[in-house]
Design a protein around this ligand. Structure first.
Ligand code: CTP
Ligand code: CA
Length: 227
C-alpha cells in the first residue's frame, strides 16, 4: 500500500486508532475475550502514518508488530483501554475505534487461581463503560469520530443506530457471519455509513485496502469540517 500513498494528505493531524480484543481476567490465568486479531486497526494505523499523520495506536493483546512511526500504547482490559483513550482523545483530530472492546468484565478478579472442583461455578459479569459513546458525548468541534459495528443481523439498520447513539461521523459495518469479513481473517467486506444517511457498500477486499478506503472518506470529513 505504500506506493498508493505518495501524498502526505494527513500531515499535521493527530490520529488515534484502537485495535485488538480486550481481556477481562477473573483470576490470574483466565479471562473472557473475543477472536479479534487486531489486523484492521493495525492496517488503519499504518495507512494513517504513511499519509503523514501523528498516530497513536491503543491496542489490546495481538501478535502484530506496531507499524513504523506509530506510537503503540498496549493495554489489556476494557477499563485500561478506556483510560488510555479518554486521556488522549481530546487532542486528536481523528479517532477510529476498531477495537473489539469487551462489553462485560467479571465483577471480581480473584488474586489466587480458582481451583477446579466438581461443582459448577458462576462468573458474574458487569458492564464495561462504552468508550466510543463517551467520546461521542465529549466530541469537540472539528473532530472526526469513526466507529465499527460488528453485526450478525440487520447490518445497516443496527450500525446506523450505533452511529446516531454514539454521535459518530462514520461507522464501518461488517457482517461477522460472512467468512470474508469480521474476525481474524485477512479480508473484510464492509459498508460505510455516514451521518448524512449515505451508505457505501464496498466489495470484499484486503484489510489494507479497506483501511485506504476508510481514510479516503475520513479525509473528506476532515476537509468538510475545516470548511
Ligand atoms: N465500543 C467501545 N466501548 C465498548 C464497546 C464498544 O468503544 N465498551 C466501540 C467499538 O470499538 C466499536 C463500536 O463501539 O467501534 C461498536 O461496537 P459493537 O460491539 O459493534 O457495538 P456495541 O455498542 O458494543 O453493541 P453490541 O455489542 O450489543 O452490538
Ligand atoms: Ca459490543
Amino acid at each position: 500500500i505504500a506506493s498508493a500513498l505518495t501524498e502526505k494528505s494527513l500531515k499535521c493531524l493527530n490520529v488515534l486508532v484502537t485495535a485488538g480484543p480486550t481481556r477481562e481476567f477473573f483470576d490470574p490465568v483466565r479471562f473472557i475475550s473475543n477472536p479479534s486479531s487486531g489486523k484492521m486497526g493495525y492496517a488503519l494505523a499504518r495507512v494513517a502514518s504513511l499519509k503523514g499523520a501523528e498516530v497513536c495506536l491503543v491496542s489490546g493483546p495481538t501478535h502484530i508488530e506496531a507499524p513504523p512511526g506509530v506510537s503503540l500504547i498496549p493495554v489489556v482490559s476494557a477499563l485500561e483501554m478506556h483510560s488510555a483513550v479518554v486521556e488522549r482523545a481530546p487532542r486528536c483530530d481523528v479517532v477510529i475505534m476498531a477495537a473489539a472492546v469487551g462489553d462485560y468484565r467479571p465483577d471480581v478478579q480473584s488474586e489466587s487461581k480458582i481451583k477446579k472442583g466438581d461443582k459448577e461455578i458462576t462468573i458474574r459479569v458487569v458492564p464495561n463503560p462504552d468508550i466510543l459513546a463517551e467520546l461521542g458525548r465529549q466530541k469537540r468541534e472539528g473532530q472526526v469520530l469513526v466507529g465499527f459495528a460488528a453485526e450478525t443481523d440487520d447490518i445497516v439498520e443496527n450500525a446506523r443506530l450505533k452511529l446516531l447513539k454514539k454521535n459518530l461521523d462514520m461507522i464501518v459495518a461488517n457482517d461477522v457471519r460472512d467468512p470474508r469479513s469480521g474476525f481474524a481473517v485477512d479480508t473484510n467486506r464492509v459498508k460505510l455509513i455516514f451521518g448524512s444517511g449515505d451508505v457505501v457498500d464496498l466489495p470484499p477486499m484486503s484489510k489494507d485496502e479497506v483501511a485506504l478506503k476508510i481514510f479516503d472518506y475520513v479525509e473528506e470529513l476532515v476537509k468538510r469540517r475545516e470548511g
